[in-house]
Ligand binder design. Structure first.
Ligand code: GLU
Length: 450
């Protein structure tokens, strides 16, 4: 075994022993440890203070019962979570996910990624994540409201505008944030910026709905600029068709590129002419319908529908997975390599398996990790917090300019820590992991053994 491999195995061994069943969490930690351990070896202060070991241990994890009654009068129970990972650089910050796959491993992986992501934004936000194994699909508005209120009846005592500020994620949009915020306000008897992603007339920020997608495209623009290229004329395959995919399609269209594919649980759609103009906003309509079928797009606009397939077999310039974790596996990576797709830009959180990532890297595909690419979402949440503290609302132009500057700065940090002189190119995974790590690590050292 090489020195590097041995060091990684030694680091991972206690985590594997203790948390062997938490596979998503172990995957996220391993991906970070692989690039950060060699850096730590050159900076022993981080090793002595066991910073990476501490970073991978939540400061606190809350697991709670969510009892609620459905429309038929049946008693239902879900499990709620809030993982408060790290508060070295600011209050815990991160979304709430409602999805049947939510468990402690998924929550810990997301909270760990969030800590490094939030650090990259350069805003003062620690890392956290929460959610429940609740499936909002097929539920009535009243059921969603009763569920959100029951969840908040417990969660409210653990959060606060200077303690922990949740937001949306998969399955949690404006409606769910509204119901949770309403119940928080009632219990705490205060109107504060305790949530982000709020409605625009009660403390929300303009551009927040678009921010993750726009930010991802701004980051892609920087990757291309760095090699003297641009988005103009590029074809893009996107997975998912929700809020994030919509923001990506909107901005790519604006910058002269062409999103030719979107996907859903039923398969993917190939639109050779591109998802442009009015077709972009149809994505929102499709999401709001709750049908969860991208075939609707193909039927409406005469595009080709591929049932049960993912869009990674297409010959495109840029692949942008926007759906969920581990959606790009080894078979998909082989397809992307076969089709000579030059860029894989992760927009979802950890959408690529570790094995698939290794194949893509070895094949020379430029790979940008989610924690850098999708940081525009939480960065704009940070801007929403600033507006709430000021009791002001900024114009869309001001928010968008801040977002754009933040994404340029994240790209610059990735280049600073990830540029490989010998190879003459940027390792974005290494750059994002080390840049995110250093800021949190230094703050932890300054604050002592806490
Ligand atoms: N859920 C989003 C993320 O993964 C946004 C979190 C936030 O705005 O707090 O970063």
């Amino acid at each position: 075994m090489s020195n590097h491999k041995e060091e990684l195995e030694n680091f991972m061994a206690p985590f594997r022993e203790k948390f062997g069943h938490e596979k998503e969490f172990l995957q996220a930690v391993e991906e970070v440890a692989e690039t950060v351990l060699p850096y730590i070896a050159k900076h022993p202060k981080y090793k002595e203070a066991k910073i990476l070991e501490r970073l991978a241990m939540p400061e606190r994890a809350i697991i709670f019962r969510i009892p609620w009654v459905d429309d038929k009068g049946n008693f239902q129970i879900n499990t709620g979570y809030r993982v408060q990972m790290n508060s070295a650089i600011g209050p815990y910050k991160g979304g709430m996910r409602f999805h049947p796959t939510v468990n402690l491993s998924v929550m810990k992986f997301l909270a760990f990624e969030q800590t490094l992501k939030n650090s990259l934004t350069s805003l003062p936000m620690g890392g956290g994540k929460g959610g429940a194994d609740f499936d909002p699909r097929g539920k009535s508005d009243n059921e969603i409201m009763r569920f959100c209120q029951s969840l908040m009846t417990e969660l409210f005592r653990h959060i606060g505008p200077d303690t922990d500020v949740p937001a949306g994620d998969i399955g949690v949009g404006a409606r769910e944030v509204g119901f949770m915020y309403g119940q928080y306000k009632r219990l705490a008897n205060e109107f504060t910026g305790v949530f982000t992603g709020k409605g625009i007339n009660w403390g929300g920020s303009l551009i927040r709905p678009e921010a993750t997608g726009f930010g991802a495209v701004y980051f892609t623009q920087e990757i291309l600029k760095n090699v003297g290229d641009s988005i103009k004329g590029k074809t893009v395959a996107v997975s998912g068709f929700g809020n994030v995919a919509w923001g990506v399609a909107k901005k790519i269209d604006e910058l002269g590129g062409k999103v030719v594919a979107i996907s859903g649980p039923d398969g993917f759609v190939y639109d050779e002419k591109g998802i442009t103009g009015k077709k972009v906003d149809y994505l929102l309509e499709m999401r709001a319908s709750g049908r969860d079928k991208v075939q609707d797009y193909a039927d409406k606009f005469g595009a080709v529908f591929h049932a049960g397939k993912k869009p990674w077999g297409l010959k495109v310039d840029i692949a942008m997975p926007c759906a969920t974790q581990n959606e790009v596996d080894v078979a998909d990576a082989k397809e992307l390599i076969k089709n000579k797709v030059p860029y894989l830009v992760e927009v979802a959180n950890m959408p690529t398996t570790l094995e698939a990532y290794k194949l893509l890297k070895a094949a020379g595909v430029v790979f940008a990790p989610g924690k850098a690419v999708n940081a525009g979402g939480v960065a704009t949440s940070g801007l929403e917090m600033s507006q709430n503290s000021q009791r002001l609302s900024w114009s869309a132009k001001v928010v968008d300019e801040h977002l754009h500057d933040i994404m340029i700065e994240i790209h610059r940090s990735c280049v600073q820590y990830g540029y490989d002189k010998k190879e003459g190119k940027v390792d974005y995974v290494k750059g994002a992991n080390i840049a995110g790590f250093v800021k949190v690590a230094d703050a932890m050292i300054d604050q002592g053994h806490v």
